[in-house]
Ligand binder design. Structure first.
Ligand code: FES
Length: 330
């Protein structure tokens, strides 16, 4: 890839080719837990957050009447920062009031009040703050930044979105990298053998204090597929002891499917499949009962939020022992 091609793929502000493409997809904007007073006491009083997404400065808030709202952060009047706005209660009619001259906006961008105008002014009727659809899914607030007036596509039917709340767990991390670098390193099947290496194995049934990274230490071979000297091995041990995978890929309607083969014995080959889903999502197995779905959303041209969902196909997850693997895929 030359520098010009790299620029076309990684510049994502409004009006850029890649920015236009990524705006056709729902993008993760925040964790619901970022609004949870148990984690941020300010949210009990004022559930408002400044958000930067795809090179745009936005304000995300929970309106007392209409639920989640996402607006351009610069006020339609004179550009004051609405993330410093006053969130009004249901008794006050809801809405977010600009701190500068008091214009008030509903979560759908309607202007509700322009209090400094003379009585009978119809100015409010002609004002609209750009708003964006927001959907809550599996602990994450998704935003759609496509063109105004266009109906967004449905949220994709990934397993992590269909699983019961008890069987999925979402978290996020900030990367000092563009979205393509983040996505590309995640689908690379060789790096887990080194970057995510656990040097000391723990018992497969250990869910106590020594079970950091339990999701990656559950059985992944020696169960349904036969035994390895009578043992069951976790993914981490397979990655560690078989560090030269045979890697191949095929194009798929949703993107690309990668296979990493690790030949363990004459009879047994561990097959690890990564589903890369256009444009910036992939799904990989962590064990024989757990997957991780990773989505990469540009903050701007050089920073990316990595959102990940653990999905259990066996039973409820023990969130108290969930230890995210750090800013890389396992
Ligand atoms: S800048 Fe927002 S009301 Fe004036």
């Amino acid at each position: 890839m030359n520098a010009e091609q790299n620029g076309r793929l990684t510049r994502i502000s409004p009006g850029t080719p890649c920015g236009q493409l990524l705006r056709q997809y729902w993008q993760p904007a925040a964790l619901v837990d970022e609004f949870n007073p148990a984690f941020d006491a300010r949210m009990a009083q004022r559930p408002v957050k400044a958000v930067r997404l795809l090179g745009q400065d936005l304000v995300l808030f929970k309106d007392a009447i209409n639920g989640w709202g996402l607006l351009d952060r610069d006020c339609a009047h004179r550009g004051a920062d609405l993330s410093f706005g006053r969130l009004e209660s249901a008794d006050q009619g809801g809405g977010l009031r600009c701190p500068f001259h008091g214009w008030k906006f509903a979560s759908d961008g309607r202007c509700l009040q322009t209090p400094a105008e003379s009585a009978g002014s119809k100015l409010c009727d002609r004002i609209r703050q750009r708003s964006y659809p927001v959907v809550e899914k599996s602990g994450v607030l998704f935003a759609w930044l496509g063109d105004e007036g266009v109906t967004p596509p449905p949220i994709p039917g990934f397993d992590c979105f269909k699983a019961p709340a008890s069987h999925s767990f979402a978290f996020k991390g900030l990367w000092n990298a563009n979205w393509l670098q983040a996505f590309e390193v995640g689908i690379d099947p060789a790096h887990p053998s080194y970057l995510h290496r656990f040097l000391h194995d723990v018992a497969l049934d250990d869910v106590g204090t020594n079970a950091a990274g339990k999701q990656f230490r559950s059985a992944a071979a020696g169960t349904a597929n036969g035994e390895i000297n009578g043992e069951e091995w976790p993914m981490t041990r397979i990655m560690r002891e078989f560090a030269q995978p045979d890697i191949s890929f095929v194009d798929k309607p949703w993107g690309m499917q990668l296979a990493a083969l690790r030949h363990m014995t004459a009879e047994l080959t561990h097959v690890r499949v990564t589903q890369a889903i256009f444009p910036a999502t992939f799904v990989i197995p962590l064990s024989d009962t757990m997957t991780i779905t990773q989505m990469h959303v540009p903050v701007d041209d050089t920073h990316t939020y990595w959102y990940s969902f653990f999905t259990s196909f066996a039973g409820p997850q023990r969130q108290s022992v969930s230890t995210p693997p750090g800013p890389h895929a396992l």
